[in-house]
Design a protein around this ligand. Structure first.
Ligand SMILES: [Zn+2]
Length: 248
């Protein structure tokens, strides 16, 4: 079966981005994701199709509700642009074929998970566990000989994080890393294999420190500041996947 031209993913990514916005807003509060009409958060006015066009509606309405002119906020255009950025990166690495859809889907799932973690310090199992499974399936289809290595990476990735967390608990008397972080690293292992795990951890660690330091200084709470590690881990994960496909 011939894959559709790769560039089609770019406009589609904006629509996906607006769906991701729904996921990020509704998943943590346990609301249903199935089609229920989006409404203005201020006046409750049900949004029509022309008010739901990604980015364009925001630009034409200057970020305000068509009805009550309440400020909509940056969240929706930001998630739509982030989704486009994910598609652009994948498109750049692989301009055609079915792979672009697989890796973009991975990127979008990571984007949603990272955003939720940044807001709620929570990486949902409904995202990380299917990602883990998908990584093994994609490996099995693309490179069946690597399946043992990737399966081992799942176990080692998970165990390494749990161990770090136990150490942290001993030293500091509280948990430093979440169960979700361990599952996300395990999922990364499923996609990229054992040899890529140290690079992901290094990248995520550096990113985490780069974000945590200024935040800690600004808040002045020092070591008690809680920083979600998921976003940094997601960036390292996605970076490693793109790199692996670049070098092919
Ligand atoms: Zn309104």
């Amino acid at each position: 079966m011939i894959a559709p031209p790769g560039w089609i993913i770019l406009p589609i990514s904006l629509v996906i981005g607006s769906f991701l916005g729904v996921v990020i807003n509704r998943l943590p509060v346990g609301k249903t994701l199935v089609i229920s009409r989006s409404r203005c958060e201020s006046c409750g006015h049900a949004l029509s199709a022309r008010e739901l066009i990604p980015l364009l509606s925001f630009v034409f309405q200057r970020g305000r509700c068509f009805h009550c002119t309440a400020w909509i906020g940056w969240f929706h255009p930001a998630i739509e642009l982030a989704s486009l950025l994910v598609a652009l990166m994948v498109f750049w690495v692989m301009p055609e074929g079915w792979g672009i859809w697989v890796y973009a889907a991975l990127g979008w799932a990571l984007l949603a998970a990272a955003w939720i973690d940044a807001r709620h310090y929570w990486l949902p199992d409904v995202i990380t566990l299917p990602l883990l499974l998908a990584g093994l399936v994609v490996t099995w289809l693309n490179a069946p000989w690597a399946i043992y290595d990737h399966a081992l990476a799942v176990g080692i990735g998970y165990a390494a994080f749990r161990l770090l967390d136990l150490l942290y608990l001993r030293l500091r008397g509280r948990h430093g890393l979440g169960q979700g972080d361990a599952k996300l690293l395990a999922a990364a292992g499923a996609w990229v294999g054992l040899s890529a795990l140290p690079g992901i951890l290094l990248m995520a660690g550096l990113l985490g420190i780069a974000v945590a330091l200024p935040v800690a200084l600004w808040r002045g709470q020092g070591r008690q500041t809680m920083i979600p590690f998921g976003p940094a881990l997601a960036v390292g994960f996605f970076g490693a996947v793109l790199l692996a496909n670049l070098s092919h």
